[in-house]
Each structure stands twice: as C-alpha cells, then as structure tokens.
Unconditional design. Structure first.
Length: 281
C-alpha cells in the first residue's frame, strides 16, 4: 500500500471515531428528559377528636409512591425518601375548616440525582368526620332514636316497678348549652324523651301521666351514629302523689303535658336553648 493511501485510511478512521465520540457525548449531555411526578395520591391526612378541638395528622406512603414512579426516574426509593412536607394547622380544628399541606423537597436533588421534577402544588383538605356535640333532634338517626326510646322505657320500669303497663313516646326535648353559660354549667346537651305513661294502681284503677327521661352529653360521631357519653335514664323533676285505699303512692312525672313543657323548656331558660317536637299522641 502506498504511503498516501495509508495516510488517507488512517485519517478517515480518525474522523469516524471523532464523529462517534461527539455523538456519544451529545447524547450523554442531553440525558433523558426529567420525569414529572406527583406524590399527592400517596398522601393521607386524618382528623380526630371533637369538633372545635380536633387534630390533624398525615402519612406519606413512600413505598407506594416509589413503586408507581415512571421507569425514567432514577432511584425512586431514594427520591421517595427525600419527599417531605407539613400541615399548616394541626390543632383546634372544627368540621368544615380547611388545612393545607405544603410539600418540601430539594428540587435540584430531585432533578440531578433522580431525573425527576416534583410537580405537586400545596394540597388543601377540608376537615370532616370529627365528633360533634348533638345540637338538634334531626341529628339523631332513627335507629339511635329507637334505642333511646327503648332505654327510656326501661328506665321508667326500673323506677316505678311493675305498676307501669305502658309508655307511648311523644317526642323529645333537645337542650343545648349556650356559649355564654359554658363556665356555669358543664353539661353540653340534654335530651329528654317524653312519654305518656300508663300505670296500674293497687286498687286496680289506672293512672295516666307524663314523664321525661333524660340523657346527657350526646355525641354525634363522624359516621352519623349518636352516643350518650354521660348520665342516662334520669327523670325530669316532677311529682305526683295518688291516694289509694288510704295510702299515698308517688310517681315521678307530671299530671299534664303543659306541666312537663314548663319543666323541660322554661326550667332551662337562659342556660340552654330548647328544641321540642313533643306532641300529644
């Protein structure tokens, strides 16, 4: 081979190698396009406690987030480990309030080490599911109401014994503590279930009277159920004395519905608001 031809072959090889190296360097320089990822779906915020005093907590499912990352993300587990954040409010919450979760992650680290761009905005959550003090009769579902009525009848029988032959529910009185009276009375609410009671006297005669059986501090849970958290089965104050065969027999109750209304409504004026759906059967 002539010297000139050998030199041309050598330089052609150098040019080919140089082009290949330049192309490789260009590809390395460009790299894969960063992948946009959003960890919001793997964030859980929970609320607990009583409305007005509720708390918020959060948890991030890093494993789930890492597993769902696109193949273009480098070291997804490492990326998940650097994702963090915080809630702006965690205490003193009421149902209907809002809390905001602020994401916190080193943007440069995410892109340079993991080929990822975190794209979550601040995420807002509405507080819900906290327990509340019952403030209205219609917050008590039918199943819970039926149970309260049954408990009230049991309390009547325990109080008056075998003389009680029947008790028809007439409705209820819902008493709710007013804010200004919170330092004067501790009980948040009182429910009196109202009954028209039938009793049999020792001489075989019958007595009809009215009674209110009370339940206090009723809580409405986040699932809609109602629970009595304080006293239960106590009677609204009223006294009936009946003379039979020269002896007096006493019943805790009222001779008229008006008398019971006065005790269960007027008797709490100023400290409690009162809602009533009590009506004669």
């Amino acid at each position: 081979m002539s010297t000139a031809r050998h030199e041309r072959t050598f330089f052609n090889g150098l040019r080919t190698a140089a082009l290949a190296l330049a192309l490789a360097l260009a590809l390395v320089g460009c790299g894969a396009k960063p992948v946009e990822v959003d960890p919001t779906a793997y964030l859980a915020v929970e609320f607990a406690g009583m409305s007005g005093e509720g708390t918020a907590s959060w948890a991030f499912d890093g494993d789930g987030f890492a597993a769902a990352c696109d193949d273009g993300v480098k070291d997804a587990t490492g990326l998940a480990a650097c994702v963090d954040g915080s809630l702006d409010v965690t205490e003193g919450l009421s149902n209907g309030d809002t809390v905001t979760f602020h994401w916190n992650c080193d943007t440069d680290t995410a892109e340079k080490e993991h080929n990822a761009i975190l794209a979550p905005a601040d995420t807002t959550f509405t507080v819900e599911g906290l327990d509340e003090w019952v403030t209205a009769l219609d917050q008590i579902g039918q199943e819970d109401w039926d149970a309260l009525v049954a408990d009230g009848k049991t309390a009547l029988s325990q109080r008056e014994g075998d003389s009680i032959t029947g008790a028809d529910c007439l409705g209820g009185y819902m008493l709710v503590r007013q804010d200004f009276s919170s330092e004067m009375v501790e009980t948040h609410n009182i429910l009196y279930v109202a009954y028209k009671v039938q009793a049999q006297l020792p001489d075989g005669s019958s007595l009809a009277y009215y009674a209110g059986i009370g339940f206090s501090d009723l809580v409405l849970h986040g699932d809609g159920s109602v629970e009595v958290t304080s006293d239960r089965g106590f009677a609204a104050y009223g006294n009936i004395d009946v003379l039979v065969n020269g002896e007096y027999y006493n019943f805790t109750g009222f001779e008229t519905l008006e008398d019971m209304n006065t005790e269960c409504i007027d008797g709490y004026a100023g400290m409690y608001s009162v809602e009533s759906n009590v009506a004669e059967a």
